[in-house]
Design a protein around this ligand. Structure first.
Ligand code: C2E
Ligand code: CA
Ligand code: CA
Length: 269
């Protein structure tokens, strides 16, 4: 039908436009604060990419990342994101005395590229960001049908001392078996669970068991998408370590992030 046709056309045009978007400098990065639930201290940020297209305006990564993955552009784009995020985080340390880690989302296709771990090492070296300043977020799709490729990469990143997070946990096919096999540090509980915790008993029960399971495996837990005080309180009761969400802060530009941090420091003093 007409709507489907329009959607297919938009996607095709987007595929073409994305190729030039990187060269034209149409991508930018925003950073969402990650806080310790206990005392609401900001310990890091998650880096999220934005596309400002001259044709479509702001396009959500939910729409363009899958297109970039389908065309392979995610590889150079992902590399640009990693290098830019590390450069910025290194500057915060050097010039603003801000010791935050930056968590970068890594697409499965990137992770499967030959020499991915070596590339990450090179970026750290080049930007001067210490290893503990970088975290990488991967999704279970990286492991589902190709554990043999993904596992050694994950292992070498972790051997380098990079904290590895499993993103969107609970939305796909993750099972305890995967978790036991993967060298991971942290689980990110998906926003869908947090959202439904108060209306759906099953969501609450699932979140509780995810937290308990992660605990017993020695993994730390980040919950994302916290929008209300009640959700924060519930996650605290469940024993969650770290949180991010609109309740604390939306994703911010680099400039706004530095201002947000300064303002909090002033308030705390
Ligand atoms: P994600 O990694 O699960 O990122 C979390 C998403 O939830 C972000 O959307 C963030 O802005 C949003 N969010 C955070 N707190 C709240 C909240 O309290 N309420 C609500 N309603 N939403 C919240 P965003 O930035 O649109 O990114 C969407 C997805 O796009 C990401 O999901 C990730 O899968 C992908 N993505 C974004 N940036 C990158 C990137 O640099 N590389 C790759 N490979 N994927 C990315
Ligand atoms: Ca993420
Ligand atoms: Ca997520």
């Amino acid at each position: 039908d007409a709507a489907m046709h329009e959607q297919a056309t938009r996607r095709m045009e987007m595929e073409g436009a994305l190729v030039d978007a990187l060269q034209r400098g149409e991508f930018s990065l925003v950073f969402q604060p990650v806080l310790e639930l206990e005392d609401e201290r900001c310990v890091g940020v998650e880096c999220l990419v934005r596309w400002n297209s001259p044709v479509w305006g702001r396009v959500s990564p939910v729409e363009f990342i899958p297109v970039a993955e389908a065309t392979g552009l995610i590889v150079p784009l992902g590399h640009w994101i990693l290098r830019t995020a590390c450069t910025m985080a290194a500057t915060w340390r050097e010039e603003h005395d801000v010791d935050l880690h930056v968590a970068v989302n890594v697409s499965t296709l990137q992770l499967r590229q030959d020499g991915f771990a070596a590339r990450v090492a090179a970026v750290l070296e080049e930007t001067g960001l210490p290893t503990e300043g970088l975290q990488l977020e991967v999704t279970e799709s990286a492991f589902i049908d190709d554990m043999d490729t993904a596992l050694p990469v994950l292992q070498s990143l972790r051997d380098m001392g990079i904290i590895m997070l499993l993103d969107d946990f609970g939305t796909g096919y993750s099972s305890l078996a995967y978790l036991l096999e993967l060298p991971l540090d942290c689980l990110k509980i998906d926003r869908a669970f947090v959202r439904d915790m108060h209306t759906d008993h099953k969501s609450l029960a699932l979140t509780r068991s995810i937290v308990a399971m992660a605990r017993s495996l020695g993994l730390s837990i980040v919950a994302e998408g916290i929008e209300t005080v009640e959700q924060g309180a519930e996650l605290r009761r469940l024993g969650c370590d770290l949180v991010q969400g609109y309740l604390y802060s939306r994703p911010l530009s680099e400039k706004d992030l530095l201002a947000w941090l300064t303002q909090r420091a002033v308030k705390a003093a």
